[in-house]
Design a protein around this ligand. Structure first.
Ligand SMILES: Cc1cc2nc3c(=O)[nH]c(=O)nc-3n(C[C@H](O)[C@H](O)[C@H](O)COP(=O)(O)OP(=O)(O)OC[C@H]3O[C@@H](n4cnc5c(N)ncnc54)[C@H](O)[C@@H]3O)c2cc1C
Length: 397
């Protein structure tokens, strides 16, 4: 009999897992609380470690049509605007065998969903808010807030940073607020000051804040993210994507160079929320418990300062596929153990580096001076982490 798996959540993690596991011939039921596929969100960058996997899933044409392929990564000091370091992104394909792309989250979700839809064994259950999970020697079962239940041989928990199933499993509470406020905006390219209509990813490092911007949607829109310290601001974890006018963003860059002030000033509406994370993974047990695997933000929420949260979710899905193909004949528990053992140390390294980047991006005084010297001296190497872009699970056919 063919194995059956449940997946909680149809975000980037859940959709990737549905696609990867259905390609391995497994029956998959995806349970998602939203009534349909979410088109919320803004841009994400995906490094070669991630696009290598997407290409192996047949998504290259979709990426070509929807994504933006940047030329360079430019790191600026926000105070005077000068470029401290630069890395070539366009040549990533030569170095790592796959490109660096910028894509709107909704476009990525659509690509993954369409590809999963085309597989024969994927079943979608929209509008199902899961709240509890149980397992025994033979099966795993989940139940929804409405009292409906599902059973299968295995479960992949992919319901994001606020995961109800993780809470039910580990009882370890909510992710920890970082005291960092993220503001995001999308600007039609026609409204962007001409000087910033570049084909690059720009990072501006300020004191207690940073700004990242890059084109998405084949270059038609500019995605902007501004992160600033606001430890005084308490927000409930379910409050996300609230609206803000330009005042908070403009205040953050008020001591910056005029180029950055002009760019931030061109945005009238931002959406904001408080960032949260968890301590870096400490063992494989945090990604696999019996018949249950955890992936994406449900397993390892991270700060976005290495631009790898969605990337690690996609890598997790590729590792699930690999584990299923190589260990699935020994059963679900063995496959999930293999996946977790192959993943946890790499993910922990990414979580740690993400935290470190935040400290470097926002630094002041001597640390800021040291950062600028290091970027001027070794920029291309520091900004092109080969352990990250050259590593990760090798895609399965
Ligand atoms: C400012 C910012 C910038 C970022 N930039 C990048 C970047 O450049 N590159 C990158 O790789 N990553 C980036 N990330 C990180 C990335 O967005 C996340 O890591 C990624 O979206 C996590 O995907 P996920 O599927 O695990 O979680 P989610 O996207 O949160 O998906 C979870 C899904 O589960 C559903 N769900 C929730 N609860 C339940 C329930 N009880 N029952 C059923 N369904 C449920 C939700 O509706 C949702 O569809 C960024 C994050 C932020 C905040």
């Amino acid at each position: 009999m063919t194995a059956s798996l449940l997946i909680s959540g149809a975000g980037i993690a859940g959709l990737s897992a549905a696609l990867a596991l259905s390609r391995a011939g497994v029956r998959v039921d995806v349970l998602e609380r939203s009534p349909d596929l979410s088109t919320e969100g803004a841009g994400v960058q995906l490094g070669p470690n991630v696009t290598r996997i997407l290409r192996s899933w047949g998504l290259q044409d979709g990426l070509n049509a929807m994504a933006f392929f940047p030329q360079h990564l430019c790191a600026h000091d926000a105070r005077d605007g000068r470029i401290m370091g630069q890395a070539a992104l366009a040549s990533a394909a030569q170095r790592y065998g796959a490109p660096h792309v910028c894509i709107h989250r909704a476009d990525l979700q659509t690509l993954l969903w369409q590809a999963a839809q085309a597989q024969p064994h994927v079943h979608w259950h929209w509008g199902q808010t899961l709240q509890d999970v149980k397992q025994d020697a033979g099966l795993v079962s989940v139940c929804s807030a409405a009292g409906q239940s599902w059973q299968a041989d295995g479960l992949v928990v992919a319901d994001g940073i606020g995961s109800a199933l993780r809470r039910s499993l580990f009882g370890d509470g909510a992710a920890t607020p970082t005291g960092h406020l993220a503001l995001r905006a999308l600007l039609p390219m026609a409204d962007v000051p001409a000087v910033w209509r570049t084909g690059n990813v720009h990072v501006w490092m300020g004191e207690h804040f940073h700004v990242v911007h890059y084109p998405v949607r084949a270059g038609q829109w500019l995605n902007l993210v501004l992160v600033r310290h606001r430890p005084d601001m308490a927000m409930a974890q379910d409050q996300w994507s609230l609206h803000s006018d330009g005042a908070w963003a403009q205040q953050a860059v008020s001591h910056s160079c005029s180029a950055l002030r002009d760019l931030v000033g061109a945005v009238a509406q931002w959406r904001y929320w408080m960032l949260a994370d968890r301590a870096p993974l400490g063992s494989a047990q945090e990604m696999a418990v019996g018949r249950i695997a955890l992936m994406g933000d449900a397993a390892h929420p991270m700060r976005p300062y290495l631009a790898q949260g969605a990337g690690m979710a996609i890598e997790d899905a590729a590792a699930l596929h690999w584990a299923w193909q190589t260990q699935g004949n020994l059963g679900v528990c063995a496959a999930w153990q293999a996946m977790a053992h192959s993943r946890w140390q790499r993910v922990a390294q990414v979580q740690k580096q993400s935290r470190r980047n935040g400290r470097i991006f926002h630094s002041t005084g001597l640390l800021r001076w040291g950062r600028n010297v290091a970027l001027q001296t070794w920029g291309p190497d520091l900004m092109d982490p080969s352990w990250l872009y050259g590593g990760g699970p090798m895609p399965m056919a």
